[in-house]
Design a protein around this ligand. Structure first.
Ligand SMILES: Cc1cc2nc3c(=O)[nH]c(=O)nc-3n(C[C@H](O)[C@H](O)[C@H](O)COP(=O)(O)OP(=O)(O)OC[C@H]3O[C@@H](n4cnc5c(N)ncnc54)[C@H](O)[C@@H]3O)c2cc1C
Length: 434
């Protein structure tokens, strides 16, 4: 039996269930990755985007371990060509966990069925198959079930000699031809991620995770999102050491569960009473936000971190997202699209779910949760080390002044674009007014 394996967001040869299942059904597996922009959430491959570089890095790493062929184009067309040229009995792949991926996989399924080839999807990259969760409405109830169902059984590495070649160029050749430069991943390389899984101090996580100036969170989200590390290995390292870390892994899967139950949450508010808000979407405020000149240093620092490192600390993501929605009265979907442009760890479902949560239109049981950008600095960046790292021009100011730009004028810096207190009061009526 000849089997074709389609890598997508599972870019590893070890502990890869779908790949392992494919190789158990056939002596030889031909492995491909298709550079289809839709799978990367980009308009085309020519754009400067950190995810393209990270995927390129992961593909080069993977091709040192398996015989991998990288093809470029729309996935259904690539498969039409491949299935016409070679005789495969089955195509194996990991089950998609995003709307865009599902759409692409559906198109490929059609091509497969037209060619009389079976498409087999294997659930992986989660600790619990979302379809095993009985209906729940809150994270706490989800977590209770999820914790009991966690499945950590690992599978072995698929050896290089189990792969067969197809007549297609290697990863390196394709990436070179497309001008995709993996050196752009100066900050985010798969080798760093693999070492980080081993070396991260899980025992300090709950104590340090909320402070953006410290190296207290794992920074593993980019590698989880492309599947370069094993979620089961990560769980095993954290379990028994940091329940808080395990809870975060569960949040990730809670959003996947919600997506499977409420597929329309991609663009529609989960809370029915929060639909149809008349967002102001003031263009000047949107621009000030996107350019990091709101006059609230913690918000602006977050945007500068996003644009320079393609990642933001979770605490600051919460502050920034809250500010856009509750202070600037901008539609959360605009924030969601903005993050998609820059985040190296962009995940369609996690991004939508977290933006909904931050906008108080999703699963947060608190009706309207407000993050005060002044108090957040006082509590989580008490020396302003984080703010000053990204906004060095504020070096000369005391942290008390930086934290509260409404009370203290920061000469030479942007004036606050809105009054936080006034705007959050107005948001409450905006949300109720509809
Ligand atoms: C507005 C907004 C948008 C976001 N968009 C994304 C996104 O596109 N992709 C993404 O991976 N995360 C997203 N997050 C969640 C979270 O901010 C990141 O997962 C986290 O900051 C990654 O850093 P870390 O790896 O150091 O996390 P750690 O604190 O070390 O946590 C370990 C892992 O748990 C998972 N995790 C942690 N927090 C969350 C969470 N709130 N929701 C879901 N999973 C979580 C991640 O896989 C993370 O790598 C978003 C959060 C907000 C508020």
């Amino acid at each position: 039996m000849r089997v074709l394996y389609w890598f997508r967001r599972d870019l590893r040869a070890f502990d890869n269930r779908a790949l392992s299942e494919a190789s158990s059904t056939s002596d030889r597996v031909a492995a491909v990755y298709v550079l289809d922009p839709r799978l990367l959430g980009v308009p085309d491959l020519a754009v400067e985007n950190p995810r393209i570089s990270l995927v390129a890095d992961a593909l080069l790493k993977l091709s040192s371990e398996v015989e991998l062929h990288v093809l470029h184009g729309r996935a259904p067309e690539v498969f039409e060509e491949l299935l016409g040229r070679y005789r495969f009995n089955a195509v194996y792949t990991a089950k998609p966990i995003s709307w865009s991926e599902e759409e692409v996989v559906d198109e490929v399924r059609e091509v497969c069925s037209r060619n009389g080839v079976k498409l087999v999807e294997v659930v992986d990259n989660v600790l619990v198959d979302p379809s095993r969760i009985k209906p729940v409405g809150t994270f706490t109830a989800f977590y209770r079930q999820w914790r009991k169902l966690v499945d950590t059984e690992r599978v072995g590495r698929v050896r290089r000699d189990r792969f067969a070649g197809v007549d297609a160029p290697s990863a390196g050749e394709v990436l070179r031809k497309l001008g995709i430069d993996t050196r752009r991943v100066w900050l985010w390389s798969v080798d760093w991620g693999l070492r980080r899984v081993e070396l991260f101090d899980y025992s300090s996580y709950s104590r340090l995770r909320d402070y953006p100036h410290l190296d207290g969170s794992s920074k593993l989200s980019p590698y989880i999102s492309v599947g370069a590390i094993s979620i089961r290995e990560l769980y095993e390292r954290a379990s028994g050491v940091s329940e808080e870390f395990v809870r975060q892994l569960a949040w990730r899967e809670f959003y996947y569960y919600l997506k499977s139950r409420y597929p329309w949450m991609r663009r529609l508010e989960l809370k029915p009473r929060m639909r149809g808000i008349e967002w102001e979407n003031d263009e000047h405020l949107v621009e000030a936000f996107k350019e990091g000149r709101t006059g609230y240093p913690i918000v602006d620092a977050g945007i500068r971190q996003l644009k320079s490192e393609f990642w933001i600390h979770n605490r600051v993501r919460l502050v920034v997202a809250n500010f856009l929605v509750k202070d600037l009265h901008v539609d959360w979907r605009i924030g969601e699209d903005f993050f998609r442009e820059y985040l190296v760890d962009y995940d369609e479902v996690l991004n939508a779910g977290n933006w909904q949560w931050s906008a108080s239109v999703g699963v947060d049981p608190v009706p309207i949760r407000v993050f005060n950008p002044i108090k957040q600095v006082e509590k989580y960046d008490p020396d302003c080390a984080y703010v000053k790292k990204y906004i060095p021009e504020l070096e000369g100011y005391s942290c008390r002044e930086i934290a509260d730009p409404l009370t203290h004028k920061l000469r030479g810096y942007y004036e606050p674009v809105v009054d936080h207190y006034e705007r959050v009061r107005k948001f409450a009526s905006l949300a109720k007014m509809k």
